[in-house]
Design a protein around this ligand. Structure first.
Ligand code: SF4
Ligand code: SF4
Length: 295
């Protein structure tokens, strides 16, 4: 796989929101050094926060909407555009830039990013891009991760003498936390991508995927105020956690989607036995009906 292919895969999924960035064809390891400093007062300050192509991960949405004190409904309506992610055919939320103001990010101000403590993962990683070479099987866990630098022409941060390694930059940006929070969602995207972009997914399943990965209030309602718990067995500890905690609910959502959309095993959730028997019976009945020769 070439760096170009990897960049395409990764940029579509997550880390690279910066159009026009030039990828340095140098593979960086965790201890590789690079120079960079971004600070208020640098001549290019805030220039990178315009016309940025940012896919929000479920964890980004939870952090930002909670920081702003908004419901997910309000946050999604005000700040995002729903979109189908190429290569997967799955719906995601993209951060909406302000058309009328030179395409600026709605969160940038003369003082810098107004949501800095909760900024999206792609803003944290810049100027690093991350690529993952998966060996053999996409879900086997055997993967080799490496990094590269994305240089934008207007970015003067690279001219600064402050030295980082990939590791020290990632630690400074809380990358481990964000990566662990995003893992379940990325796994879902990769699962779907492995079936090919054209593999059909019913509209109902797409709506479910979007709701579960973007809107914790609606998903919570769906779990606790619909026949959901009549169909699925979920242990009491998990129920207690997801009743109050958005992050726990988000992670439960990844397990739920993995189970109901991709048919994968889950330790957290399963169809209740009586519902399972009924479902199997229905499927068999349907099959028999189809097979009956017409007279
Ligand atoms: S140094 Fe680079 S990242 Fe920082 S404000 Fe300037 S363009 Fe943006
Ligand atoms: S979220 Fe913050 S860092 Fe990211 S583009 Fe917007 S203003 Fe810039």
């Amino acid at each position: 796989m070439t760096l170009e292919h990897i960049e395409k895969e990764v940029s579509d999924v997550l880390h690279m929101g910066k159009p026009g960035g030039v990828i340095e064809p140098v593979r960086l390891e965790k201890d590789s050094p690079f120079n960079f400093r971004c600070y208020p007062g640098i001549s290019c300050f805030n220039r990178c926060c315009h016309n940025v192509n940012i896919i929000l991960t479920p964890y980004d949405i939870v952090r930002i909407k909670n920081m702003l004190g908004l419901t997910a409904d309000m946050f999604l309506q005000l700040y995002t555009t729903p979109e189908i992610l190429s290569q997967t055919g799955l719906p995601i939320a993209r951060l909406k830039m302000l058309d009328e103001q030179g395409g600026r990010c709605p969160f940038v101000s003369p003082e810098g990013c107004q949501i800095y403590s909760d900024r999206p993962v792609c803003c944290r990683y810049y100027p690093l891009g991350i690529a993952s070479l998966r060996q053999q099987n996409k879900f086997s866990g055997e993967e080799e991760e490496f990094f590269f630098v994305v240089k934008e022409d207007h970015c003067k941060g690279f001219e600064q003498p402050t030295e980082w390694t990939v590791d020290s930059w990632r630690a400074d940006q809380e990358a481990d936390l964000y990566d662990s929070m995003n893992r379940g969602w990325l796994e879902l995207l990769l699962r779907k991508a492995s079936f090919g972009e054209d593999a059909k997914m019913p509209e109902k399943a797409k709506h479910l995927f979007y709701m579960v990965t973007t809107n914790m209030e609606r998903f919570r309602q769906f779990v606790f105020e619909s026949p959901f718990l009549g169909s699925f067995a979920v242990d009491n500890n998990t129920l207690k956690k997801i009743l109050k905690d958005d992050v726990a609910l988000m992670q439960f959502g990844f397990e739920y989607l993995k189970y109901v959309i991709f048919g994968a095993e889950s330790d957290t959730i399963r169809l209740k036995k009586d519902v399972l028997y009924k479902t199997v019976k229905k499927i068999i009945k349907k099959k028999h009906k189809k097979k009956k020769p017409k007279i």
